[in-house]
Design a protein around this ligand. Sequence first.
Ligand code: PMP
Ligand code: GLU
Length: 398
Amino acid sequence: MLSKRMQQLKPSPTLALAAKAKELKSQGKDVISLTVGEPDWPTYGAAKEAGIQAIHENKTTYTPAAGIPELRKAVAQLIGKQLAMEVSPQQVTIGSGAKFIIYTAFTALLDPGDEVIVPSPYWVSYPTMVELAGGTPKIVECDAQTHFKLSGPLLKSAITEKTKILLLNSPSNPTGAEYSHAELDALAEVLKEYPNLWIVSDDIYNQLSFHPGGLSPHLLHKNPELKERCISINGMSKAYAMTGWRMGWAVGPEAVIKAMASFQSQTTGAPCSISQWASLAAITETADEVKESLVALQERRELFIKLLNGVPGLQVFPPQGAFYLWVKVQDWLGKTYKGKTLVDSKQLSQILLEDVLLAVVPGAEFGTEGYLRLSFAASPEDLKRASERLANFQQQLS
Ligand code: PMP
Ligand code: GLU
């Protein structure tokens, strides 16, 4: 019955694990879920009020497929400021979440057989989205020495005549690694040798950066000439704590943005009107709240790193942005727990969920074995309890 494409499709593992943790909680189990990457604090007041007001004012009809002009303009100004370049509203399309926008960008650019370079560890959905859009993911493994980042030589060695897109994600989900200007320049040097290669830059965590200034370096900062073939993706989910409002956008050359808007008009129709008015208020009125959240997040980062560093056998890679700890558990693999040998990250996560009531995401889902991803967008209390559970678990290993 199902198409071949659908037969092979697996649900997003992060969402599936989060759902499983919720289900166990609803059965009365004291599960701590550090799975799905979403802020545990509420959407800011101004955005909520604007959403409510939009409903009262009957702003509840279809909008243009690329979004309301007011929001396209606000996004153009926000991203123009972040990238230090002119961005026009025509270079912006608003969509139903960054996830769908990334898929839309792939659909706009890929023909069958085209390759997309996906540095690994990668966010769980990237390879599947490339495949759904008809392309071929080319996974490039990046190791711990470079904090899991792509280097110029590695990029160059991965490029073939079929390469169409380089996918960048900084700060990264799952590692929290952020590319420096120098590292981005090294990639830009290679990209300049290949004028037909596009860049899809997933910047969703760029305002959750722990270095002074709180904004991540971007490829276009020092290499503005690449803007003719760069699509920058962002949205409201992370910095504005609006995951459920499903708001994302792409900024790029007008021709590709127009094609993406046409695709949106034929698929989702238009993004949610209420969420768009709420997003407009969030972008224009909640910069202080974004900064405050970043400070709170930084405190949790320090706390969780300290706590996990105290658990024997875990190696933490301190993140420079986003809200994940990428933790090496290689030393635990091969050991025995209650008579069972720990073989890989999936089995370990399963045991942690069932026996310790701690839900985390196995590294294998991000393309890299021997690691776990733990979200620290959780209360300090839960972070402490989670580390206690891990410490207790470790003591039972032999
Ligand atoms: N990119 C990355 C790297 C993410 O972690 C997420 C989180 N879901 C997204 C894109 C998509 O965000 P959303 O669809 O909620 O806007
Ligand atoms: N980006 C989040 C995560 O990685 C959301 C989950 C998803 O959309 O798959 O946990």
